[in-house]
Ligand binder design. Structure first.
Ligand code: NAP
Length: 259
């Protein structure tokens, strides 16, 4: 699939939550720029189809079924990556779930744990199991997909905000711990991007159209983002163009947090 300019040529990149939205577009663009891409997701059918499409377009890709909240799954996926491709250079901890509409006064502990287990435990497990594989390969880049909700709050999304704020600080701690190993660790903070996650949340809302207009109005650029705009950030951080960046927060939010 390499039709770009080879910005990540020869690198092996693992993208979680790669069957949909930001993960799918990141996998496509990493492949286009020359990476071998391991797509993982719990949605096996869509993930396999995308991996096949990437291979069909001339890229190198594989799909592994993977629940990021499961440590056993991480062990299996990292081992399979090393067995099949011999190295791991880039890890994109992208899989995540929304928690909109859960009010703190009535929020169940079960819902809280469900969100944290995917959005924060999932990133910790990615670091815990992907980190040694990247170190063994001589260093590389980890990109954690946080959110603007890891930097500013939003009513009705406490668990999501807490999980994404956790990802922000986990990223900085990992960056400092692994600088000597030549592993760069950065977070990306997207504004609202037009993906199935956002479409699903708006669909569930009482007045989805009004919500959409309200959300759009909070972005200075007056629109939702598109997946390509985040995937471009992923490719940049994965590439050697970002060789002096670690522990950074790459905010791509159409001006949402500038106000
Ligand atoms: P999406 O379209 O819903 O895609 C997320 C993918 O992750 C889905 O394929 C989903 O599978 C998968 N996934 C969910 N839980 C998983 C688990 N436990 N293990 C493995 N895969 C799992 O969402 P998106 O909008 O692309 O979001 C991607 C990331 O960006 C998330 O971390 C999200 O929080 C973050 N983000 C998104 C936005 C936005 O506006 N879209 C803004 C800021 C941050 P299922 O379909 O089975 O759930």
């Amino acid at each position: 699939m390499a039709s770009g300019s080879g910005r990540v040529q020869g690198k092996v990149a693992l993208v979680t939550g790669a069957a949909s939205g930001l993960g799918a577009e990141s996998a496509r663009r990493l492949s286009r720029e020359g990476a071998t891409v391991i797509l993982t997701d719990r949605a096996a059918e869509a993930g396999e189809a995308l991996a096949e499409a990437i291979v069909g377009a001339g890229g190198k890709a594989a799909f592994f079924s993977h629940d990021v909240a499961s440590e056993a799954d991480w062990e299996r996926v990292v081992a399979a990556t090393l067995e099949r491709f011999g190295r791991l250079d880039v890890l994109v901890n992208n899989a995540g779930i929304a928690s909109s509409g859960l009010q703190l006064m009535t929020h169940s502990l079960e819902d809280w744990r469900r969100v944290l287990s995917v959005n924060l435990d999932g990133v910790f497990l990615g670091l815990r199991h992907g980190g040694p594989a990247i170190a063994q390969s001589g260093g590389g880049s980890v990109i954690n997909i946080s959110s603007i909700m890891g930097k500013v709050g939003m009513p009705g999304a406490a668990a999501y905000c807490a999980s994404k704020g956790g990802v922000l600080m986990l990223t900085k701690a990992a960056a400092l711990e692994w600088a000597q190993l030549k592993i760069r660790v950065n977070s990306i903070h997207p504004g609202f991007i037009d993906t199935p996650m956002v479409a699903g949340a708006l669909h569930q809302a009482e007045d989805g159209n009004m919500m959409r207009d309200l959300i759009i109005s909070r972005h200075a650029l007056g629109r939702l983002g598109v997946s390509r705009e985040i995937a471009d950030g992923v490719v940049f951080l994965a590439s050697d163009e970002a060789s002096f960046m670690t522990g950074s927060e790459l905010v791509i939010d159409g001006g949402y947090t500038a106000q």
